[in-house]
Design a protein around this ligand. Structure first.
Ligand code: NCD
Length: 331
């Protein structure tokens, strides 16, 4: 694995390896001295062409905990706003000696372009490209789910899930699937790990061709909840900034039919977790009480994001620098 661009590229063994390394990282993070020296001397560039709070901070924390130097590059205030191309930006970073590039971009496919165009030699991590993919989000979701399924604390330094997939887990992904890179990456990864996924959305918010995805599709949230005994229900943010048409009648109607309301949250099975990648629109796709309930693992997801991104950076950057030197980092 040279880059992490899509969860569709991950084999089951590679995905489980990353989750297992993330478990190691979570144990290191729980120690008094959180820093590990493994990426000392290497430089990770965070290239964020699109707004982000938790993903950018999470990658920064992950790189710093591995002792890498971090350069944060936000498109606002840079020469990108003067019209500099992705190519010129990449070549500039390469000349400055980036050992790994984390990129978020509004254009679907931008990270693939960066990885394949030959402008830069470093491993590329996709931190969200348009409506396409967000592989580290799916990995942190899978990591959190694996903890929940095995009855472990959803975050913190737990042990004992290593080697396991998500076999037999039933996961609902609900809402704006059409614009969601989180949904796309999760459908690939969760099914690779053995889970069964049901997408629940209004027909207007499902992508063309969803019938060929490896999952079920349902339109009625209450019927789907009655029919399946879900282990987790993942709510998606309604991506208003990507909507250029009316996809549902009103916010109120959306919340009533596809939102995680107080009543739906109360009716879930006792073990069922509520997930959300953040940022949440409280009162819209998820009620405040559901978001704050003990079954919500939203903050665990955020905490686990750091461990998972440490695992990804570790595997990609050490595979590159230590090629042939006997480290086990060849995932
Ligand atoms: C997601 C994203 O940016 O795709 N957020 C995140 O990375 N935590 C989901 C979203 O914005 O809805």
């Amino acid at each position: 694995m040279k880059h992490l661009l899509s969860t569709a590229d991950l084999s089951r063994a590679e995905a489980i390896d990353l989750l297992d390394v993330a478990e190691e990282m979570s144990r290191a993070t729980a120690r008094e001295v959180k820093k590990l020296p493994v990426l000392r001397g290497l430089t990770v560039v965070n290239l964020f062409f699109e707004d982000s709070t938790r993903t950018r901070i999470s990658f920064e924390a992950a790189a710093k905990r591995l002792s890498a130097d971090v350069i944060n590059f936000a498109a606002k205030g840079s020469s990108v706003s003067k019209g500099e191309s992705l190519q010129d930006t990449a070549q500039t970073l390469s000349a400055m000696g980036a050992d790994g590039v984390v990129i978020r971009h509004a254009g679907s496919g931008a990270p693939h372009r960066l990885a394949s165009a030959g402008w830069i030699d470093a491993p590329v991590v996709n931190a969200g490209d348009g409506t396409h993919e967000h592989p580290t989000q799916a990995l942190l979701d899978a990591f959190t789910l694996r903890r929940v399924l095995n009855g472990k604390p959803a975050s913190g330094a737990a042990t004992g899930t290593e080697g396991a997939g998500l076999d037999g887990a039933r996961v609902a992904i609900v809402g704006d699937v059409l614009h969601s890179r989180v949904a796309r990456s999760n459908v690939h990864l969760l099914t690779t790990l053995g889970a069964r996924v049901v997408l629940i959305a209004p027909p207007t918010l499902l992508p063309v061709g969803v019938g060929s995805w490896d999952c079920e599709v349902a339109y009625d949230f209450d019927e789907a909840l009655a029919e399946h005994d879900f282990d987790a229900v993942m709510m998606l943010r309604v991506q208003a900034e990507r909507m250029h048409a009316a996809f549902f009648p009103t916010e109120r109607e959306y919340a009533r039919r596809w939102g995680m309301t107080d009543a739906r949250a109360a009716a879930l099975g006792p073990e069922c977790a509520i997930m959300h990648p953040g940022p949440m629109n409280r009162g819209f796709e998820i009620s405040a009480a559901a978001a704050d309930s003990p079954r919500a693992v939203v903050l665990d997801q955020v905490a686990n994001g750091v461990s998972v991104r440490m695992a990804v950076l570790y595997r990609l950057l050490t595979a590159q620098t230590a090629a042939g030197s006997g480290t086990e980092g060849e995932a």
